[in-house]
Every structure is written in C-alpha cells, then in structure tokens.
Design a protein around this ligand. Structure first.
Ligand code: NAP
Length: 484
C-alpha cells in the first residue's frame, strides 16, 4: 500500500457545507487541504436528488451563499439550477484541484500519538491535523421495512436514487410517503401515470409555494441596483425568521399560516371526504411545513387515489393494505426520507478512546458542542451537526456560521501553538441541557406528531430551537475556555 498523503485538513463531502469550508479555508491561506467526495462531481443532496419536480422550498435568493451572489431565473430554484450554481461557485473558487472525486471515506481514526486523523478510502490514506465532516444530514436513504418489498417484480426505487431509465408514461405507479420529497414528485407523476396510488401515513401541512420566473426587469434590477440583492435577501431572511417564535414559543402565533394551509386544501380539492383525509391532525409546524401549489390538485385528479390504510405487504405486482385491498402496480417509489438521527458517517469516525461517534451517541442520542465539536474527538469539526437543522429557512446560513467558527478555531490554534482542541464534557453537557430544556416547549415536541427530528429516545437532536441569528451570534468567535 502506498504511503499516506499528509495534509493539514481533510474535508469529507463537497455539498454546500464542504464547498463552503474549502473556499473559506483557502481565503485564510489554509491551502493544504483535500476534499474527499464519494461521487464523481461536486454537490451533496442537491446532486443526488434528481427526482421529477425536485426544487427548493426556500427562496433562491436565500438558498445561496452570502459571498457568491447569483442571477437566479426564478424565485424558487429547481434542482438543476441549484446544482449548476454549486458547480459554478466551485469552478470559480479555484479550489477544485484539491477535490478528490469517487473517493468515499470508509473510516477516519484519531491517532493520539501522532495527533492526527488517519482518513481511509479505497484510493489510499490521508492523514490530517483537522477533520471537517461535511457529509450531510440527508444523505443515506431510509428504505421502509415493508414485508415482501424484495419480491416486487416491477421497478422500485427511493426518491433520492431516482431511476431515470424507467419510462413512467402510462404506468400504474405507487408512491409511499407524503413528505417534502413526495409532495414534489406526486404532481409530476400524476401528469404521466395511468394510475397513481399515494400511500399517506400522516397528512402534512402544506402552504402555497408561490414560485415564478423573475421578469427581465427584476433580474436586471437585482444585478445592477447597488445593494438591492442584499436588501431583498435580508427581507426574505427576516420574513422566514418570523416563524421561529411560533415553532419554539407559542404555536398559536402560527394561526395565519395554518389558515393558509387549510385554504390551500380547500382550493386544491373539492371533495369533502378527500379534504378530510389530507387534513393534518397535529399542530402546524410539528413536522416540517411543506410548500406546494400543485400537490392538492394532483391528489384530487381522477387518476390519483390517496390510500390511508396501512400497507400490509408488497407482492410481486401489487401493494396490499391491511384491509386486504390489493392495488396492482408497475412502479413503486419510496419517498420515505433519510437516516437523520442515526447518521451513517458516525459509525466510521473513531476518536481518542477508540470509540466511534456512533458508540458515543448510542446511549443518549446525538449531541455536540455548538453542533460542531465533540468531546473525545480532537480537531474534529462537524458541519450540519447535531441540533443545527432548520425547517423554516436556509441551511446555508447555518453552514456559513459554522464555517466562521471553524476558521476562528484554526486561527486560535495556530496563534497559541496548540496541537489539538476538543470541547470539555462539561461545556458540551451545559450546551445540550440548555438546548433540550428549550426543546421541551417547542411545537416539535408538544405538537402531537412523530417526526424524523426525534430519535429513538424521543429527543429532538436535529433542529436548532432558536433563531438562526442567535446561532450565528453564539458561534461568532471560538470560545477557547470551553475547550481543552
Ligand atoms: P420525510 O420528510 O422524512 O418524509 C418521509 C415520508 O415517508 C413521510 O410521509 C413518512 O410518513 C413516510 N414514511 C416513512 N416510512 C414509511 C413507511 N414505512 N410506511 C409508510 N410511510 C412511510 O422525507 P423526505 O420527503 O425525503 O424529506 C426529508 C427532508 O428533506 C425534508 O424534511 C427536508 O428537510 C428535505 N427536503 C427539502 C426539500 C426542499 O424543498 N428544500 C425538498 C425535499 C426534501 P410519516 O410522516 O407518517 O412518518
């Protein structure tokens, strides 16, 4: 085996988070790094999710880096535009020569004697002082444990692994799930399918998504008028932050948005029985609030059936529900989400004591200091780590806040001549106690729903329970007193 490549920093993943870290490290003169990417091109979840209708439900002006403005063609971007943006930013950043593609990380192990990480891949080993994990939270598809799924003779695939070779026109299609991905897929499938069966376990709250193409004049103004784009972005930012009190303090504040969602049902569906079927039975905001103008009309279409009976099994050519009804199909799409509270990458990162992140978190669930660093894992920085998630605004704001914290940590380490830093257990516990205390009063806990935000212990280890401005303030500078 060839000798390891030695670098200062290894970044795992080239999605929005990994790319941001690479660009900002380079800006600071920290040029001795590699980005290890499992796929053949830059990107993360927006590269992998190519299902029909894939688009962002956060406005384009907000769902982009603050330092890389873009002439967006529409108010909400479809997946190809987001992926093209990421590729453009990567190409223009001058960092791409340090990206190593088709190189999945199999393990990363802290070597205490060398005070370095050893990062293993099929293409060889990299050693690094610092490890930046930007592997994403929506990365590993969760396939439902349906009896007989492996006996199905038609085509079956997960929303995040769309099989574009399958011709869907005129087919009998079933979609399992009614989450953020499904509600974008269903209107597209309804247009082409002979029949579409939608298996709904829990009806989501869906408000309108008023997406539209920007006019030529608007685009010109956004390009040319000094400060206009920034002003627009700021206005969008605060209009989204306005949801935070409703989610974290007083759900009643969300009454107007809830009314909007009920109106959306009324507008899209005329049949009272179907309206009732798709009306959520839990508090607004408890699960991610979705956005679509086309979802309800697609459910109301003649070729669509919303099935609320639980799935009993899948046979060679049908889905059978618990009432014994068998619905024959040609194609089965599982839009059933991702492994979020049991991040697969955690199994592959081994810290100072020989335990993996997954071992560390097994008993109590995911927890980190400031969502970024973990006791026992020196010089490890997780982007989009525990309790950094957002249901109401752009994750890119959080990513940029975490990268700013990382940069300040690196400056501190260099200035003070330190070998390694890790947060104290005490600081980490204090951070998480305060966070979980706050979490008890949020709609995600009290709203009467089960969501992918909650882990097996019923703890929300995914979302940040305050404003994102608050998160940014808390991560504005590296607080060395919380570290050893
Ligand atoms: P998801 O929100 O976790 O939804 C999964 C769906 O599958 C839910 O309706 C769930 O029902 C259902 N389901 C899961 N297992 C099932 C089973 N065994 N039988 C029947 N139904 C089952 O996953 P997602 O839609 O892929 O979205 C994940 C996240 O990705 C989103 O919350 C969002 O953060 C992100 N996303 C964002 C956008 C965007 O526009 N920005 C678009 C797509 C995705 P229950 O509700 O009953 O569990």
């Amino acid at each position: 085996m060839s000798s390891p490549h030695a670098v200062d920093h290894v970044i795992i993943g080239s999605g929005f988070a990994g790319l941001c870290a690479a660009i900002k490290l380079q800006e600071d003169g920290e040029t001795d790094f590699v980005v290890l990417e499992k796929a053949g091109e830059v990107g993360g979840t927006w590269r992998d999710n190519t299902y029909p209708g894939a688009a962002c439900d956060v406005p384009s002006q907000l769902y982009s880096y603050s330092f890389a403005e873009h002439d967006w063609p529409s108010s909400y971007s479809p997946q190809p535009d987001i992926q093209a943006y990421t590729q453009r930013v990567a190409a223009e950043s001058g960092t791409l020569d340090r990206f190593v593609f088709d190189t999945p990380v199999t393990d990363a192990v802290w070597d205490e004697s060398a005070q370095r990480w050893s990062v293993h891949t099929p293409a060889g080993v990299w050693t690094a002082r610092f490890l930046v994990v930007a592997a994403g939270a929506l990365e590993e598809p969760k396939v439902p444990d349906l009896e007989g799924l492996d006996t199905f003779q038609g085509q079956v695939f997960h929303s995040a692994r769309w099989d574009h070779d399958v011709d869907l026109a005129g087919k009998r299609i079933a979609v399992v799930g009614t989450g953020a991905s499904a509600i974008q897929i269903i209107p597209e499938l309804q247009k082409v399918a002979a029949r579409l069966d939608v298996y709904q376990r829990t009806a989501p709250w869906v408000i309108p998504r008023n997406d539209r193409a920007y006019s030529g004049l608007e685009r010109l103004a956004l390009r040319r008028v000094p400060g206009l784009r920034r002003l627009y972005r700021t206005a969008l930012y605060w209009s989204h932050e306005a949801y935070v009190p409703a989610f974290t303090l007083q759900p009643k504040i969300a009454a107007p948005a809830r009314a909007l969602a009920l109106k959306n049902i009324e507008k899209g569906i005329s049949d009272p029985a179907l309206r009732d079927k798709v009306t959520p039975r839990f508090a607004f905001g408890c699960k991610r609030v979705l956005r679509s103008n086309t979802y309800y009309p697609a459910l109301a279409a003649d070729n669509t059936e919303v099935v609320t009976e639980r799935i009993a099994k899948v046979t060679g050519d049908a889905v059978v529900t618990e009432d014994g009804t068998e619905r024959e199909i040609d194609v089965l799409v599982v839009a059933t989400g991702f492994h979020t509270t049991d991040l697969p990458i955690a199994e592959h990162i081994t810290g100072r004591s020989g335990r993996t992140l997954a071992d560390t978190w097994r008993r109590t669930g995911m927890a980190a200091y400031k969502g970024t660093t973990v006791p026992g894992f020196p010089n490890l920085f997780m982007l989009v780590g525990p309790n950094t998630g957002q249901g109401h605004t752009s994750m890119i704001f959080i990513i940029e806040s975490q990268v700013a914290y990382l940069r300040d940590a690196l400056r501190t380490v260099r200035r003070r001549g330190l070998d390694a830093v890790e947060p104290t257990q005490e600081a980490t516990d204090r951070w998480n106690r305060s966070l979980q205390r706050r979490m008890r009063h949020t709609v995600w806990t009290t709203g009467g729903c089960d969501s992918w935000y909650l882990d097996d212990h019923g703890r929300n280890t995914v979302l940040w329970p305050r404003t994102t401005a608050d998160f940014r303030r808390r991560l504005a500078s590296f607080d060395q007193e919380a570290y050893v």
